[in-house]
Design a protein around this ligand. Structure first.
Ligand code: DAK
Length: 258
């Protein structure tokens, strides 16, 4: 791939957005390549968790590629927003395995939207996060108006969006926008440790639980009902038999992921 580096380390797939000179800005090729990498990872049973990060020390992703979208028309804007959400941002959120964003430096616009699509976010102490779109005459178009409000609440989301200001890692942590703040050199390590920690659990149950959590944020779906249905389905899985047998036999579970 041109803009994405992929490494499988101990069942965690590390996807590095590799446009360091452009602060890892998301152009169409990068979005497409990330999307393809995620499709392959979803089907690959060797991949149990995914870490998304940006190359270099300066930025996770400094937004959508402004030089590329500067000339889009109204129609292109709307269709590319819908397309981008399906191709990447919703795909990350709906992945069947945990996705962790490892954020060093800037996570702006589409970059913060990507991090917010992930299930867990780890940020460096020097991270700067924001949705600067209204300063460019657009609005967050990759789910940012929705996911930011879900994570930090309507009031803080409104303030971040209308001021277009960046916040630092400490505020992001206190507001619930990121799960952990660590020194810059430890961001990837921390994200990998969380990914590893998930791997001792049933992949089937993890997927079902993540879908149940997300059900609350899906139009026309009752989260409690979705949870009940998903809970019931667990009883028919080999993972459930293995998890409960292992407990009773006082041994570590070896989940088949079925
Ligand atoms: N796009 C393209 N290039 C970028 C970029 C970006 N978002 N951010 C940085 N770069 C490039 C710079 O142009 C520069 O390239 P050269 O000029 O050297 O070729 C290089 O990266 C280094 O950046 P700076 O020289 O500016 O570095 P500084 O340390 O001085 O400043 C900065 C760092 C992050 C404060 C600054 O680069 C900056 O303000 N960047 C732009 C941040 C931003 O506004 N991001 C975009 C947010 S809007 C859409 C859906 C969604 C969106 C758009 C369309 N559709 C469906 C169509 C979302 C939009 C956004 O993300």
């Amino acid at each position: 791939m041109e803009n994405i580096k992929q490494e499988l380390i101990d069942h965690t797939l590390v996807l590095t957005i590799n446009r360091e000179k452009q602060l890892n800005a998301l152009n169409k090729t990068t979005i497409l390549e990330l999307s393809q990498a995620l499709d392959a990872a979803a089907e690959n049973s060797e991949v149990k968790a995914i870490v998304i990060t940006g190359a270099g020390e300066k930025a996770f992703v400094a937004g959508a590629d402004i030089k590329e979208f500067a000339h889009f028309s109204v129609e292109e804007g709307a269709s590319l927003s819908a397309q981008g959400q399906d191709l990447l941002f919703n795909k990350v959120e709906q992945m069947n395995k945990p996705v962790i964003a490892a954020v060093r430096g800037y996570a702006l616009g589409g970059g913060l939207e990507l991090a917010m699509s992930a299930h867990v976010r780890v940020a460096s102490t020097d991270a700067k996060l924001g949705l600067p779109e209204v300063g460019l005459g657009v609005i967050p178009g990759y789910g940012g108006t929705q996911r930011l409000a879900q994570l930090v609440g309507k009031g803080k989301a409104m303030e971040m969006i209308v001021t277009a200001d960046m916040i630092d890692a400490q505020d992001a942590y206190q507001w619930g926008l990121v799960n952990h703040v660590v020194e810059a050199e430890q961001v990837l390590e921390k994200a990998m440790a969380i990914a590893k920690r998930t791997q001792r659990n049933s992949p089937i149950a993890i997927n079902a639980a993540m879908k149940a959590v997300l059900a609350n944020y899906t139009d026309g779906v009752n989260g409690y009902e979705a949870e009940i249905a998903a809970f019931g389905e667990c009883f028919g899985t080999e993972d459930f038999k293995e998890g409960t047998s292992a407990f009773m036999e006082k041994r570590k579970a070896q989940f088949p992921g079925k």
